[in-house]
Structure formats: C-alpha cells, structure tokens
Design a protein around this ligand. Structure first.
Ligand code: GDP
Ligand code: MG
Length: 290
C-alpha cells in the first residue's frame, strides 16, 4: 500500500446544478461545515460569489453554487439556458446534479438533464432531503442513475451522507496542487467573510429599520496568546441617528450582534475569538469602496 504522504494530491472544482429550493445553499454549508452561503432579507448582502472549500488529507474540492442556472422563467427552454449551463461548466471537474424528491421531474429539468448528459465531465446525482419520509418522487429520480457516474442520497439539513459525497468526488478530481491554504473555507479572504457575517447579524437584528448605507469593516485580525483570534471591526453608518439605533440602550443591540457573530466565527474557525466591535459615523465609507 502506498503511504498517504506519497499519494499524489488532487484538486478540482465541483459545481452544483439544480433548480431553486432543492437545497444547494444548504448543501454547500453542510459540506464546508459552517454557514458560508449567507442568506439575509437584504438583497445587497451577498455581493460576492462565495465558493466553499473542502480539504481532506490529500485532496481539495472547490464547491461552486450556481444560483439561477435552472431558474424557472417563462422562457426556460431557450438557448440561453443551454448557454448558461455551458458557461457554468467551464473549468469544472465534477458536476453535482442536485434534486428534491418531493417535487417531480418537470419539463425544465428534463431539458437540463438532456444538456447535462452530453457534457464531458464526471457527474454525480445528488438526491437531497432524504430525511423526509417517503418523498413522492424518489423512485423517479433513482431511475436516472444510469445517466450519472454515481448517485448519493443525502440530507443537507441533517448532515446525512455528506462525507460519502465528498469521498465520491475525490477520485474524480485531477491530480494537482491545492488552490487554497488548507484552513481556508471560502474563496473570499477571511476578513471579508467575517465582515459579511457581522453585516448579516446586523441586518437580521434590525431588519427594515436599517438603511443600505451601513457597512462593516474588519480593521484588525491578529493571532493572540493561547490560540485566540483577535478581531477588531467597525460598523459604519452615515448618521448619528443610525449609530444610536445600532448601539441600542446601554449598548445592548451591538452587544447582541457581536455575541451572535462571535459564536458563529468560533464554530467556523474552531478557535476562540475575541471580537472588538464598535459603531462609527462615517459618511465617507462608500467612497472608499471605489
Ligand atoms: P437552493 O435554492 O437550492 O439553494 O435551496 P436552499 O438551500 O435555499 O434550501 C431551500 C429549502 O429547502 C430551505 O427551506 C431548506 O431549509 C430546505 N432544505 C434544504 N436541504 C434540506 C434537507 O436535506 N431536508 C429538508 N427537509 N429540507 C431541506
Ligand atoms: Mg441557493
């Protein structure tokens, strides 16, 4: 047997395709082991396309979600859809076709499957939501197995068979060096990811009351003693009225935002976090973005 250290490394890109609500974002989060696909009511929040990175021993998989590739519109069965599938397969090593067995195969899916079948990449059929009892269309999807290289049945919500999926993808990747450091969870730098996380907590806490003109900047990220990660961040807003609102009575709002963000960072990084969060009025923060 070849010792692990002499085994060639593998690295590649796996793209998720499937219509909306099949659970792609949930699956991405389950694969990475933390919530990286951040969803909030404010549309501006996810301004970057976030990829999930999974590193195991001698392999690294970069997961790419493709929101909207199979979005149902009036003219789904058009050339445009075929093109968008082609585009999203550029540079891809493994295709994950994600389905929801509670909903039957519709016309748009039949068409997508036909397109996908002709693509020269490895394909895995992922049947999600197997935690639901006797989903009505399970057999219908199982019957598609022969069109794929493999079939995995998972529950993204309950983290069932997620590692099986990872282990089935690895042999399908080309040999090559890793794209990212082993501890990195997403394609975006940790500072940006942390700022987005704080921003998400802020919008979840204050909802409609908060204007779009609010931003978060991570100003320091330092390794401290005993493995503690020190993070300093500022919530920037354009007026004193909003500053007062974000701080809250005796600072209880900002404290709560800081606490929920810190907890999530600790789970994600598997580190103790010290989060130093302040709220500043800075009418010019927008200008610095450009
Ligand atoms: P996307 O549109 O494909 O990205 O789907 P989402 O990840 O946003 O999930 C759509 C809905 O399906 C959400 O309400 C999820 O909670 C739910 N969902 C996702 N995965 C599962 C699963 O494994 N089991 C169950 N029961 N629900 C799931
Ligand atoms: Mg999604």
């Amino acid at each position: 047997m070849t010792p692990v250290s002499e085994k060639a490394r593998r690295a590649g890109v796996a793209v998720m395709i499937g219509r909306s609500n099949v659970g792609k974002s949930t699956l991405l989060n389950a694969l990475v082991g933390t919530k990286i696909a951040i969803i909030t009511p404010k549309p501006q929040t996810t301004r970057m396309s976030i990829h999930g990175i999974v590193t195991r021993d001698q392999a690294q998989i970069i997961f790419v979600d493709t929101p909207g590739v199979l979005k149902k519109t009036r003219d789904t069965l058009t050339k445009k859809m075929a093109e968008s599938i082609k585009d999203s397969l550029d540079g891809v090593d493994v295709l994950l076709y994600v389905v929801d067995p509670t909903r039957g195969i519709g016309e748009e899916q039949r068409y997508a499957l036909k397109r996908v079948r002709n693509e020269a990449v490895s394909k895995i059929l992922v049947i999600n939501k197997i935690d639901l009892k006797n989903p009505a269309h399970l057999q219908e999807y199982r019957a598609l197995k022969e069109q794929f290289d493999d079939l995995v049945e998972v529950s993204a919500l309950q983290h069932t068979h997620i590692e099986d999926l990872v282990q089935k993808i690895i042999p399908l990747l080309p040999e090559g060096e890793f794209f990212y450091p082993e501890y990195q969870l997403t394609n975006i730098p940790n500072r940006l990811w942390m700022a987005e996380l704080i921003r998400e907590k802020l919008f979840l806490r204050l909802r409609q009351e908060l204007p779009y003109s609010t931003n978060v900047e991570v100003t320091a990220l330092e390794e401290r003693e005993n493995g503690v990660l020190y993070i300093a961040a500022s919530i920037l807003t354009t007026s004193e009225r909003y500053q007062r609102m974000i701080i809250g009575k005796q600072g209880h709002v900002v404290k709560e935002i800081g606490k929920t963000a810190r907890r999530e960072m600790e789970v994600a990084t598997n580190r103790k976090i010290f989060l130093d969060l302040d709220v500043r009025v800075d009418p010019h923060w927008m200008e610095r973005l450009y």
